[in-house]
Design a protein around this ligand. Structure first.
Ligand code: ATP
Ligand code: MG
Length: 550
């Protein structure tokens, strides 16, 4: 893909592994748990993993880390596949599932039992917590730690056969209750959980923990570089311990990088689920959500998200990225790629008294990209302009339409305002203007140039469009710290309006984006837009209106 690649520690690492022959084929993977929709943080992980594979001629797997059926579902699996493809990536071969390795994990658990490295523990969850110790104090051994291999084998087999209550026993690794790393204090390998699984149905009443599964999944798939975020750094010694003590087919190495955090944004599936569940948003793909599906529906181009992920870099130091950077990547992309069109959101009628009938004008779809072609736009005696583009009187700074002054209509003629009509309340309801003598596209014959350009739509051919004006979901730069989201939600994150749009927009495909001249970037809603009922989402304004940054 076309983004310039910046050097980072992962690229350096892989290059040196290839140079030294430590690794010959680069295999990475993106391993989401299907318990929610992916968010912008996952987009970072996707671009890192798929991007590295692409750069170094390797492959990247998509693997569902589905070891906890309670919160997982097929809906999330389908959404995640779609999101990855929409971002522009294709995984290697079939989608993989941790659950398809359950038998192997089970056999490996027995292997540890036979080696005297795992035991069935009957402590309750509370008791286990009490004996785990703390960051400063060592833990104490479980009274079940010295069960015989034979007893462990029998009990673990009975766990698998569904003979015990949920939560009554666990299988633990026998490592070191005094380890300074709490992850090494006889961690749990298996829990009893008699729950149906979205992939394996009722096959298993026990499920492996994420810790016991993760590294072995990588080993099974021959992953050369297992890349994850920094919170798993302390788990690496445990993953390495499993790899060392199990007859695995390959030895993956793990490298951690800092999570992507954005201000004004929540990047936690659990918290995003809260917004969906409490009705703060219309769903996971609500255009205000930082989910990939939400950003897509909002009209953020996949290329802009990829560029942004590259631009923020990949490092091991935590930080918070200004969301204005993402918005600016979106603007840059759309400025180049979005065709122009015209719509008027707060209409005021202008009657051009010395013009009769109508005329078809050919307008460029893009000011600098001739290859984007032209479109026909109808011009007529009555047009809509934006109410705020007219004033009866104004000083020189106001470069729009003023009584007695001229303005150019975008792509059309220069007009001069002569008088206005008002209703009983004194509100202007129509402006009367005249076309000044001129050739289309030239300055007026008398040489008096207009100061500004405004957009317009002919009243007789205008089509009505629903406009969903979206803004940032949160008004607070650090929403995740709030106890309840209600206090930090931006009350104006969605305002629905109506617009008069040029007729060409009837042909707009779902998900096609436009710059509505002078208003911002808009996209035909992926779900609700039809040629009978036009629905455009505001993607973003032409400039950053949040002031303090960008
Ligand atoms: P969440 O905290 O939102 O639930 P998660 O880490 O639990 O996210 P997973 O499904 O386990 O979600 O994530 C899949 C991959 O995406 C993991 O490798 C994880 O490290 C990575 N990832 C998740 N969030 C971010 C982020 N903010 N920045 C970079 N990578 C991320
Ligand atoms: Mg996770």
């Amino acid at each position: 893909m076309s983004t310039d690649l910046r050097s980072n520690f992962l690229r350096t690492q892989i290059q040196s592994d290839l140079d030294s022959g430590t690794v010959t084929n680069v295999v990475t993977r993106f391993p989401p748990e299907p318990n929610g929709f992916l968010h912008i943080g996952h987009a970072k992980s996707i671009t890192v993993n798929f991007g590295l594979a692409e750069q170094f001629g390797g492959v990247c797997n998509l693997r569902f880390d589905d070891t906890n059926p309670e919160k997982e579902s097929q809906i999330f699996i389908d959404a995640i596949r779609q999101d990855v493809q929409w971002l522009g990536y294709q995984w290697h071969g079939d989608v993989r599932y941790a659950s398809s390795y359950f038998q192997q994990f089970y056999d490996w658990a027995h292997h540890l039992i036979e080696e005297g490295l795992a035991y069935v523990c009957d402590l309750s969850a509370d008791q286990a917590r009490e004996t785990r110790g703390s960051l400063t104090a060592p833990g104490t051994n479980s009274p079940f730690r010295d069960r015989s291999i034979e007893e462990n084998r029998t009990l673990f087999t009975a766990m698998r056969d569904g003979e015990f209550e949920d939560g009554s026993r666990v299988l633990r690794a026998k490592i070191d209750m005094a380890s300074p790393n709490i992850n090494m204090r006889d961690p749990i390998l298996y829990r009893i959980r008699a729950l149906p699984h979205h992939q394996t149905g009722d096959d298993w009443p026990i499920y492996p923990t994420y810790d016991f599964a993760h590294g072995q999944e990588d080993a099974i798939e021959g992953v050369s570089h297992s890349i994850c975020t920094l919170e798993f750094e302390d788990h690496r010694p445990l993953y390495d311990w499993f790899i060392e003590h199990l007859p695995v087919p390959s030895k993956p190495r793990q490298f951690e990088f800092a999570r992507l955090n954005l201000n004004y944004t929540v990047t936690s599936k659990r918290k995003l689920k809260g917004l969906v569940d409490d009705g703060s948003v219309a769903g996971w793909d609500d255009p205000r959500m930082p989910t990939i599906a939400g950003l897509r529906r909002r009209g953020y181009p996949a290329a802009a998200i990829r560029h942004f992920c590259e631009e923020v870099g990949t490092s091991r130091s935590d930080g918070v990225v200004d969301v204005a950077m993402l918005e600016s990547a979106v603007r840059n992309e759309l400025n180049q790629k979005a065709p122009r069109a015209m719509a008027v959101i707060d209409p005021l009628k202008v009657v051009i008294d010395n013009f009769e009938g109508s005329e078809t004008l050919e307008l460029a779809n893009h000011p600098s990209e001739a290859s984007m072609g032209t479109r026909s736009v109808n011009f007529s005696k009555e047009i809509w302009i934006e109410r705020e583009d007219f004033r009866e009187e104004a000083n020189k700074k106001f470069k729009r339409l003023v009584l007695g002054k001229r303005v150019r209509l975008r792509g059309a003629y220069v007009i001069e305002a002569e008088r206005c009509e008002k209703d009983d309340a004194g509100e202007v309801i129509a402006v009367h203007a005249c076309l000044v003598p001129q050739q289309l596209g030239e300055d007026p014959d008398d040489g008096v140039k207009p100061k500004g350009v405004i957009h317009w739509v002919a009243t007789d051919t205008a089509v009505v469009a629903e406009i969903r004006e979206y803004d940032r979901l949160f008004a607070d730069a650090d929403p995740a710290k709030a106890d309840d989201f209600a206090s930090v939600l931006n009350p104006n994150s969605l305002v629905v309006k109506q617009a008069y749009a040029e007729a060409s927009l009837v042909a707009a495909d779902n998900e096609s984006s436009f710059q509505f001249e002078r208003l911002g970037y808009f996209v035909a809603d992926r779900v609700d837009h039809t040629s009978e009922h036009l629905v455009f989402n505001k993607i973003i304004g032409l400039r950053d209106s949040w002031g303090s940054h960008g």
